[in-house]
Design a protein around this ligand. Structure first.
Ligand SMILES: Cc1cc2nc3c(=O)[nH]c(=O)nc-3n(C[C@H](O)[C@H](O)[C@H](O)COP(=O)(O)OP(=O)(O)OC[C@H]3O[C@@H](n4cnc5c(N)ncnc54)[C@H](O)[C@@H]3O)c2cc1C
Length: 400
């Protein structure tokens, strides 16, 4: 990929900028700025998704036949960077980035025709039912039982850490359909309606005081067999394919904005020695180190995007991106807290909400820095912990 923008690329960037300028309301921009994790409140992400859908720009990485934009890799990179720069709220990834590509690859013609347009429009809001109590890293040990009953499966058990299950009307999940043979060989991939009787969603409140994740209980929940993706007991292959998309990133643009914000902060704040923080050699070294790591991540991200563009799953590069990306994200959070000093300690949950007129002290991003720091601790755990990613890379890349 040529990283120098051509005249055409620059014209495309101007077109994107003009659209974002016009389409992003002040409220949506504020919601984007005040995100405290990689997930945005549905109240803001959904209206933004609808605006992008109306424009035809909601799924740049999807093939054109399913509603993608037909942009090349450079155009997609420009679009995602411009969205972040403009402060657009993030879109929920569970439909567009996770189950969408799975349905395209493994779904029946009926499933594609039914679900893909609803993912694009946001009519269906998805959550991911993979993890269970005791089955996270060791996902293949999952126990949620699905018993065959005519043209239905009957589900009993529980899923945990289910992001946005309280807002979702759909779940894609892994269920146990057989206890014979290897644990991986008895798993099936199902799509289900969260409104089905017998489903109960209990909140789990994070250290930052927020409701993002849940535990979901299933008590004799009847799911039509038509919701199965792939064959019975062949869900492990489908599940792994999805995880490559979950791990493949889109984070460098966001971290660039965060780093730029940090540089500005360091120009304004005072160091312990009394001068501007940006002149403190130790602080400067941290910013420079983060900048170098960010360049490397951006290049890896281009490789993953190139794989996606050519219709391939990103493979082990997604594990590398996940590990490096989340660790840098956490490093930036730590530098931000250090730079903010006492402002970082102020936790005003009410003042954080977009549109709030609660007063706060210090720079605006002081409102979200502590919450981000706490929530981003989870980034090296979710999507498969970084220790597990290192195992994958050791096996698939180094052949160990
Ligand atoms: C904020 C958040 C959101 C999430 N959202 C979702 C969601 O929407 N849907 C969903 O299905 N899941 C979700 N998860 C769950 C997530 O995928 C799991 O937490 C993750 O896979 C780790 O599993 P676990 O929590 O059971 O930890 P464990 O598997 O018990 O791991 C505990 C520790 O042991 C280490 N460890 C475990 N096995 C090994 C090994 N073989 N080698 C080296 N180290 C090892 C791990 O790295 C980790 O540090 C979410 C989690 C969080 C924190």
């Amino acid at each position: 990929m040529d990283l120098d923008l051509t005249a055409e690329d620059l014209a495309f960037r101007d077109e994107v900028r003009a659209f974002l300028d016009a389409a992003l309301t002040p409220e949506l921009r504020e919601a984007g700025r005040r995100m405290t994790s990689v997930f945005c409140d549905k109240k803001y992400s959904l209206p933004w998704q609808r605006i992008l859908h109306a424009k035809g720009w909601v799924a740049p990485s999807w093939p054109r036949e399913y509603g993608g934009t037909g942009w090349n890799e450079t155009q997609r990179a420009i679009f995602s960077a411009e969205c972040v720069r403009a402060g657009a709220p993030g879109l929920a990834p569970m439909g567009l980035r996770m189950v969408g590509p799975v349905i395209m690859r493994y779904g029946t013609p009926e499933q594609k025709a039914h679900y893909l347009p609803r993912i694009l429009s946001g009519e269906d809001y998805w959550c991911q039912g993979y993890s269970e109590p005791g089955s996270g890293s060791d996902l293949a040990s999952l126990q949620l039982r699905a018993t065959s009953d005519g043209d239905h499966y009957v589900l009993n058990g529980s899923k945990i850490w289910t992001t946005h299950a309280h807002w979702a009307n759909r779940m894609f999940c892994l269920v146990r359909t057989s206890t014979e043979g290897k644990p991986q060989a008895g798993i099936t991939f199902l799509l289900l309606d969260m409104g089905t009787p017998g489903i109960k969603v209990d909140p789990i409140i994070t250290l930052a005081g927020e409701h993002e994740v849940n535990q979901v209980f299933f008590d004799n929940v009847r799911v039509p067999v038509s919701g199965r993706v792939g064959e019975e007991n062949a869900g492990w292959t489908v599940a792994k394919y999805l995880l490559e998309f979950e791990r493949g990133g889109g984070s460098a643009a966001g971290m660039k904005v965060a780093l730029e914000r940090l540089r500005n902060l360091a120009r304004q704040e005072t160091s312990d020695q009394g001068g501007p923080l940006i002149e403190d050699p130790a602080f400067r070294a941290k910013l420079a180190g983060a900048g170098v790591a960010l360049d490397a991540i951006e290049m890896t991200e281009h490789r993953v995007l190139a794989a996606l563009a050519s219709g391939n799953a990103p493979g082990p590069a997604s594990s590398m991106l996940k590990t490096q990306g989340t660790e840098l994200m956490q490093r930036l959070d730590e530098i931000a807290l250090e730079g903010l000093a006492h402002y970082g300690a102020v936790q005003q949950i009410e003042a954080r909400a977009p549109g709030s007129n609660q007063p706060f002290i210090g720079p605006e991003h002081g409102l979200t820095t502590t919450a981000r720091y706490l929530n981003d601790r989870a980034a090296s755990i979710y999507g498969g912990s970084n220790e597990i990613q290192r195992d994958i890379m050791a096996r698939l890349v180094l052949g160990l």
